[in-house]
Design a protein around this ligand. Structure first.
Ligand SMILES: *[C@@H]1O[C@H](CO)[C@@H](O)[C@H](O)[C@H]1NC(C)=O
Ligand SMILES: *[C@@H]1O[C@H](CO)[C@@H](O)[C@H](O)[C@H]1NC(C)=O
Length: 144
């Protein structure tokens, strides 16, 4: 019985903490892009990889244009701050998109010169009215 309890505790621990790779910037806010999953390829990503990420969810309004901003921090220092057009590649994100189920694909080349360690950051999406439709925080441990 003790062993079973320990197994359950360990299991809950891993499920809880493995899924804490991303979270909404503001937990109480209703984002127009309601994300249900984030998929990384490869997973886990390593330093030097070309990391593909897929964000799936549901849009409560139609998006015809916008921007994607990606920020990455290491030891609380901003090391990347990239802003791109959300609609530049219809294979990644067709515009218009929504309302309804939506998938956003993108990639990021993790430079081979960055040190191993814990990285955090955020992905921020704005629509054609410059309204924030999504803000996700993420954390990842990157090794060589
Ligand atoms: C990131 O860059 C944008 C301009 O591309 C700037 O407006 C913004 O303030 C920067 N963010 C941070 C945290 O420095
Ligand atoms: C990175 O995060 C993991 C998990 O939270 C932690 O165990 C580890 O000590 C951290 N490493 C550094 C260098 O902060």
């Amino acid at each position: 019985m003790m062993k079973l309890k320990l197994a359950i505790v360990l299991c809950v621990f891993f499920v809880c903490c493995a899924s804490k790779e991303w979270w909404f910037c503001e937990s109480n806010k209703h984002y127009e892009f309601d994300v249900s999953s984030v998929t990384l390829k490869p997973n886990p990503p390593k330093i030097g990889d070309n990391l593909n990420y897929i964000i799936s969810g549901s849009l409560s309004r139609q998006v015809t244009d916008g921007t994607l901003n990606l920020q990455t921090y290491f030891n609380n220092m901003l090391i990347f701050n990239i802003t791109e057009n959300l609609c530049s590649d219809p294979d990644n994100f067709p515009c218009p998109s929504g309302p309804g189920l939506t998938t956003l694909k993108n990639s990021f080349s993790i430079p081979s010169f960055i040190p191993p360690g814990n990285y955090t950051g955020l992905i921020n999406l704005k629509d054609q009215d410059k309204k924030e439709i999504l803000c996700l925080n993420y954390a990842m441990n990157l090794q060589k």
